[in-house]
Design a protein around this ligand. Structure first.
Ligand code: ATP
Ligand code: MG
Length: 662
């Protein structure tokens, strides 16, 4: 072995070395988060290439997100091994079908790839007489995705759904009909969906021996990261690539299975050593990523596992020097939680942590809006990962069009919130309907967030012209609200090169940051209230585990005990008894509530020089009247500081103050 290869072994522990130096053949690493699984596979590839055993171009490494694939390429590049194909399953399948299109498509054009099933599902559902609003269509689309990923044909759906204990969005026989209809409409339209792309890759190999031969000549060494989230269709593609060969390295952590709602299962990972008896099986337990304090919390989440996962007992052992205890906080409402997180991000950055080393993670993408707003207000750069920014979501863009159209037809004196609700009904959103399940939930919640923005906007005291008597109620118009949304959308579109990452827990898999905020940890959000079966609740717990284990140095966990000021009380995430003070956890109750102007908590003061009635902005404007502008007197400033400390809790939380000639 040459010295280059030897160098690659430095910085690996004995178990990792076993995996890295194992001869050609099946290798399986079963290990918890942060134990160096991804490090082991990148080093295994680099070691074998550097030692001259294999060629980089003959390796295919697959994972589940584009960012994770990019991370693999970056780590391999850093090890001096460029040119390895690291792709997502879809990316690899797409490339293969394109490459062999003349053989597989018989000269036809590559069909267009549907990025969403919803439109065609709506058509198919209408044909069998099912309710076809967007929410219902999304649920059905989610169910069809599960079936296709699980290799279930329309004719087999009813039996398979019962066997898998699916909570079907409709009578299973009806779902099967929609499924069959969807396949038909899709064919008639000459388009394909993501699962079809994987199937095309599988059939290309299974039915065209020459294609299979070429592919196998190309992909001689296969590596799969995050193998616990493979679904039957992806496994079938993996088997097709292998074609009975066995130079395959898989790594995964059954405690991080978080995609079983789309058909993923950790069974392939768990059964791997049994099914391939000659496999080199490695277990890693040293956690190199996180402080022992973070590891301790992660273990506490793992210990609550039930069923098969509990029997695996993969406890982590922290290797890093001690750090800060995870910090648990309860806030009065969501805007207060978001503002406090934003201020902490700002402080961390000011103290030298790069913004790219900070992440705010949440359960659903709809939660991101509050944080986008709070970070923008605190002037902290950020980027939203794995999802479009709030105002770029298709349903929000559609809603904005509907709202603008409504400004032309809504009577001027109609209160804002009902006007918004009415306009949103035009895009299929219903305030009194229960939130839908499955894929439809996020868009329902995004639209609900829009209504919440309208509620907040309507409750915000408006800047009254000088001289106009305070507390005169002025109705807020839909036109004003649309203009406000336009301003916010514009503020969000400013691209940031490097910023705090806002990401859903699902898209954070495999990644790590110095500082991680896990926000919105209330029961009903995590676990989501839609998790009904014990299996679904377990998946929520695993999501929490994934979130906790993303942090290297600092971990903050928080939830708001009400959504908006004075709202209905909520309970903390059931997997975190630490939130309960009686358990001795480090729970800090943040005093006060929202920094947002709330009429019940408005401090009425006036400018002693001009007597202006005005709305002054965040803390930096506190010393000055925004109209004349003269310095405010010390006594008034003291009163405002006092008020701010009480209402906003922390000195630096931006607080709005209303000045008025009381
Ligand atoms: P996850 O399950 O979250 O994907 P993982 O098991 O893939 O985690 P890695 O991302 O490979 O873990 O490693 C976690 C961190 O620990 C990385 O920063 C990695 O560089 C570091 N690390 C891994 N092994 C070692 C080691 N032997 N010595 C020092 N640092 C290590
Ligand atoms: Mg990893």
């Amino acid at each position: 072995v040459d010295s280059g290869a030897e160098r690659i072994l430095a910085g690996l522990d004995p178990e990792q070395r076993t995996a890295v130096t194992a001869p050609a053949g099946p290798v399986c690493i079963l290990a918890g988060a942060g134990t160096g699984k991804t490090r082991a596979i990148t080093h295994r590839i680099a070691y074998r290439v550097t030692a001259g055993e294999i060629a980089a171009r003959h390796v295919l490494a697959v994972t589940f997100t584009a960012r994770a694939a990019a991370e693999l390429r970056a780590r391999l590049g850093a090890l001096g091994v460029p040119g390895v194909q690291a792709r997502t399953f879809h990316g690899a399948a797409l490339r293969q079908v394109r490459y062999f299109s003349s053989r597989l498509l018989a000269g036809r054009e590559m069909p267009e790839l549907l990025d969403s099933k919803v439109r065609l599902v709506t058509l198919a559902a209408a044909r069998v007489g099912l309710r076809t609003d967007r929410a219902a269509a999304r649920d059905l689309a989610g169910e069809i995705e599960w079936a296709k990923s699980s290799l279930v044909e329309p004719g087999e759906y009813v039996v398979a759904a019962a066997k898998a204990l699916r909570e079907t969005p409709h009578d299973p026989a009806k779902v099967a009909e929609v499924f069959a209809g969807y396949e038909k409409v899709k064919r008639a339209n000459g388009v394909i969906d993501f699962e079809d792309m994987l199937r095309a890759a599988v059939w290309g190999i299974e039915e065209h021996p020459d294609v299979g031969e070429q592919i196998r000549a190309q992909y001689r060494h296969l590596v799969v990261d995050e193998y616990q989230d493979v679904n039957p269709l992806q496994q079938r593609l993996l088997d097709a690539w292998l074609g009975g060969r066995d130079d395959l390295t898989v790594v995964g952590d059954a405690s991080q299975t978080i995609y079983s709602f789309t058909g993923a299962t950790s069974a392939y990972l768990i059964d791997f050593p049994r099914l391939r008896r000659d496999a080199v099986v490695v277990r890693l337990v040293r956690d190199y990523r996180s402080t022992p304090q973070v590891v301790g919390l992660a273990n506490a989440v793992i210990r609550q596992a039930r069923g098969a996962e509990a029997r695996l007992r993969l406890e982590l052992h922290g290797q890093r020097p001690p750090g800060a205890e995870p910090d648990l906080r309860i806030f009065a409402d969501e805007p207060a939680e978001a503002a406090a997180v934003a201020v902490r991000c700002r402080d961390l950055i000011a103290a030298g942590t790069p913004a790219r080393e900070i992440a705010v993670l949440f359960r659903t993408n709809a939660q991101s809006e509050a944080y986008e707003k709070a970070l923008a207000e605190a002037e902290v750069p950020y980027q939203v990962q794995g999802a479009e920014r709030f105002f770029e979501r298709p349903e929000i863009r559609q809603a904005l069009v509907a709202l603008r159209a409504a400004t032309r037809s809504t009577p001027g004196d109609m209160p804002l919130v009902p006007a918004v609700v009415e306009a949103l009904a035009a895009v299929g959103w219903a305030p009194d309907a229960a939130p839908p399940g499955g894929a439809a939930r996020e868009s329902w919640e995004a639209l609900a967030a829009l209504v919440q923005l309208a509620e907040e906007y309507a409750a915000t005291p408006v800047l009254l012209p000088i001289g106009e008597a305070a507390s005169v109620e002025r109705p807020v118009s839909l036109t004003d609200f649309c203009a406000e949304l336009g301003r916010r959308a514009a503020a969000q579109h400013v691209p940031t090169v490097e910023g705090v990452t806002l990401a859903s827990l699902h898209s954070a898999k495999g990644l790590e940051w110095d500082a991680v905020f896990l926000v919105g940890l209330s029961d009903g959000t995590l676990p989501t209230s839609y998790a009904k079966t014990p299996e679904q609740v377990e998946e929520e717990r695993r999501l929490l585990y994934v979130g906790v284990t993303r942090a290297r140095e600092w971990l903050w966990l928080s939830y708001a005990s009400a959504r908006s000021p004075g709202g209905r009380a909520r309970r903390p995430c059931r997997f975190l008894p630490q939130f309960d003070r009686s358990s001795g956890g480090r729970t800090v109750e943040a005093p006060g509530g929202s920094r947002k102007p709330d009429r019940r908590r408005t401090q009425i003061v006036s400018c002693r020089v001009c007597g202006a009635t005005l709305l002054a902005g965040a803390d930096r404007k506190l010393g000055r009247c925004a109209t004349c502008p003269s310095d405010l007197d010390e006594e008034l400033l003291d009163r405002l500081r006092d008020w701010r400390a009480r209402v906003a809790g922390a000195q630096k939380v931006p607080a709005y103050v209303v000045f008025t000639d009381a």
